[in-house]
Write a protein that binds this ligand. Structure first.
Ligand code: NOJ
Ligand code: CA
Length: 713
């Protein structure tokens, strides 16, 4: 008889009402308790290092015709301990340990038409995941979910980093406030630049929600494996410090249409007394299904440049006629080229040359296909067909040209929110890509969704994003989605889903009030908890008055733009600025050329949400390391012990830091590059300017690279 079985028997003997089932994480730090109250309603609570984190909180799901909430009894309890490892295809570390204790509570309704529901809890040393499961059963087949009634009752009015509970966009700056001060209306009204804003609950927030208790415990609430279900938002019951799940509805107000057997996404609570451990948690990835893709050698890290920033700063246009005419449809044959079109054959060749010269994998080209005169704001069904280029963009010629230079063209599919149209074109569009040498696509969902009344974060759209991940996978295409629902670790299951935007990217600095200097210190604790982000870093020409944009600029120093390649994990990154701006700073550009995007190991060295982050990462199958450190609007000294390096080996570090007089607002482009000999005993101290950062590469010393390089003291 094995241990697992002994535990199962023990629990069945305890399964009467009112009994508390207690599950302890493998290392004992996290304890979860499950009970049924007198009404037969399930409750759970969570503690961390003997401190209560989630008070006794109710569980349950409401259906159009009732639901599974009260009147339940425990049919059986089952527990087991899992300790295994797995290797992500692309990732922050080579090997991930999945170590948890599981409790499966089988519940059955009392009464004449009893329904069955299981709640599965997994208790890790850094938190808890749980989901509702509805097995195939006689009395429950098709059902409609009208709300999920999961509570997360907190122990106090914690500090939170939040964005409002918007059904259609997550492209907000974060507000830091106590939970009771959350006011979605105030925030959403200020950000009118987001055209698709729909906020119904002013006391609601989106997840991942990052919080910190007065005692210094960090709590992150999100979800894992969002499949066939809407995104979960959290309504705050301010009188009780209670967070209550609210699912994003469809146009009828319903939340999900389901059929048994079905399991909801996992609700995740990551807990630590160290902010660094929140960032290194693999709980969400562990709760996702293993890769569905067997042959994975076509999934590669992708560093790209592209015809992109020039449209955002307005020096060229997506559309051929240069009208950006949002009001009148003009037939393509009647359009006159404006001379400002970005995606021309000539311009694309220039970018291919640049990519080839500097070792980039790809060139993204936006605005290559007809429809951009008419794409935005009209809620129109058939804007793009995804296969018809503008007359000045020669797909065949460019494919041959790029192939000869060993550079990949990266496809762009802006759906303008018309998803029914995209679904009609998808197969043909992917076929077109494969025939023309493209193996990665950036998709986009700007605007209101068609089918009209659906939301970006509802069940229908969640199914769409997952369908795109699966269909691109079967075509061996990597995908990077812009404006999708925020990720939930599904890149484990579809490793070809290499990145998402799903938050406020660097582009906002080009045409809005921008992203405050603290923005990039919050994103890893919120949006990136669910997966990699295509943030589009690497802007060197920080002030945009050079392009006639007096009010717009990037709210960081140049050195911080470099650090983002390390602090903002993604296997797909863009060097977003114009080639000429890189050519003006070849020494700083070297960092972007060198930096890796796939790692054997990652060490979160210092972190505090909203303040600073310092991360060191070891390159996959290499002895090289890269370091990135960023700060908010405050100056600080990053202290980086190099004890992660192999002992007894000398290395050369190249530091790309803020100039002594640098400042994100007053003097953002001042930077300095220094080289030193270092080893595992070195403790690096680097001053980060206001809104600044530093980046560093560390390579084993060779006779050549240490010539004239002094020791770091
Ligand atoms: C918004 C995306 O985030 C951006 O990257 C893209 O250039 C525009 N939409 C146009 O598709
Ligand atoms: Ca966007």
């Amino acid at each position: 008889m094995n241990n697992q079985l002994i535990i199962v028997l023990l629990f069945s003997a305890l399964s009467s009402f009112g009994q508390t089932q207690r599950i302890t994480s493998p290392g004992g730090t996290v304890i979860m308790e499950f009970t049924l109250n007198n009404d037969g309603r399930p409750f759970y609570n969570v503690s961390y290092k003997n401190k209560e984190v989630i008070k006794n909180s109710a569980l349950g799901i409401q259906f159009a015709d009732g639901g599974i909430i009260n009147n339940l009894e425990v049919a059986s309890l089952d527990t087991c301990l899992i300790n295994e490892t797995w290797n992500p295809v692309l990732g922050e570390v080579k090997t991930i340990r999945n170590h948890y204790r599981q409790l499966v509570v089988k519940l059955i309704e009392r009464g004449n038409v009893p329904k069955e529901m299981n709640i599965i809890f997994r208790v890790f040393d850094d938190g808890v995941g749980f989901r509702y499961e509805f097995p195939g059963q006689k009395n429950l087949s098709h059902f409609v979910v009208t709300e999920e009634l999961t509570h997360f009752q907190l122990t106090g009015n914690h500090k939170a980093w939040w964005i409002p509970a918007d059904y259609d966009t997550n492209e907000y700056p974060y507000t830091t406030s106590l939970l009771r001060e959350v006011d979605g209306k105030k925030v959403s009204e200020r950000h009118t630049e987001i055209g698709t804003r729909v906020v119904k609950d002013d006391s609601g927030v989106q997840t991942p929600l990052m919080m910190k208790t007065a005692e210094g415990i960090y709590i992150n609430i999100h979800e894992a494996a969002l499949v066939n279900y809407p995104a979960m938002q959290l309504h705050i019951d301010k009188s009780k410090n209670d967070l209550i799940s609210r699912l994003v509805p469809d146009y009828t107000g319903n939340k999900a249409y389901l059929q048994t057997p079905f399991a909801t996404p996992w609700r995740t609570i990551i807990i630590s007394d160290k902010a660094t451990e929140i960032l290194s948690s693999k709980l969400i990835l562990n709760l996702n299904e293993p890769s569905k893709i067997k042959d994975q050698n076509w999934i590669k890290p992708t560093k790209m440049v592209g015809i992109w920033w020039e449209m955002h700063i307005g020096t060229s246009t997506w559309d051929y006629a240069g009208t950006q005419d949002m009001h009148a449809y003009v037939e393509t044959s009647k359009l006159k080229p404006s001379g400002k079109h970005g995606a021309t054959t000539t311009n694309t060749k220039k970018y291919i040359d640049f990519a080839a010269k500097h070792g980039f994998d790809g060139v993204l080209v936006e605005g290559w296909n007809v429809g951009w005169e008419d794409w935005y704001g009209k809620w129109k069904e058939d804007v793009f067909d995804f296969i018809t280029p503008y007359p000045d963009f020669d797909v065949k010629e460019l494919n041959t040209y790029a192939a000869a230079k060993k550079v990949k063209l990266i496809m762009h599919h802006e759906t303008s929110g018309s998803v029914t149209n995209y679904e009609r074109w998808m197969d043909k569009a992917y076929d077109f890509m494969k025939k023309n040498g493209y193996d990665a696509v950036k998709t986009g969902y700007v605007g209101k969704i068609i089918p009209r009344g659906e939301h970006h974060d509802g069940q229908w759209m969640v199914n769409h994003y997952n369908r795109v991940a699966a269909t691109t996978a079967s075509n061996k295409i990597m995908v990077d989605m812009h404006e999708p629902v925020r990720p939930t670790g599904m890149h484990r299951t579809y490793p070809n889903w290499v990145a998402n935007e799903a938050a406020r990217g660097n582009e906002f600095n080009a045409w809005s009030i921008g992203n405050p200097p603290e923005h990039e210190t919050i994103l890893p604790f919120t949006r990136l908890m669910g997966g990699p982000m295509d943030y589009t870093p690497g802007i060197f020409q920080i002030k945009l008055d050079k392009y006639g944009k007096k009010d717009n600029y990037v709210h960081t120093t140049l050195a911080k733009q470099l650090a983002l390649y390390v602090t903002m994990y993604s296997p797909l990154h863009m060097a977003a600025d114009l080639p000429e701006n890189y050519e003006a700073h070849p020494d700083a550009f070297k960092f972007i050329k060198d930096v890796a995007m796939d790692w054997d190991d990652s060490r979160i060295l210092e972190a505090e949400p909203g303040d600073y982050i310092t991360i060191a990462r070891k390159v996959k199958r290499s002895k090289k390391w890269f370091v990135g450190a960023i700060t908010d609007e405050n100056r600080r000294t990053a202290i980086v012990p190099f004890d992660f390096l192999d002992k007894g080996i000398n290395y050369v570090v190249t530091i790309y830091r803020d100039g002594d007089d640098a400042h994100w607002d007053k003097n953002p482009m001042s930077y300095k590059i220094e080289k030193y000999q270092v080893d595992a005993g070195t403790v690096l101290k680097v001053l980060l300017a206001e809104g600044g950062g530093f980046a560093a590469s560390i390579v084993p010393a060779t006779q050549n690279n240490i010539k004239n390089v002094k020791k770091y003291e």
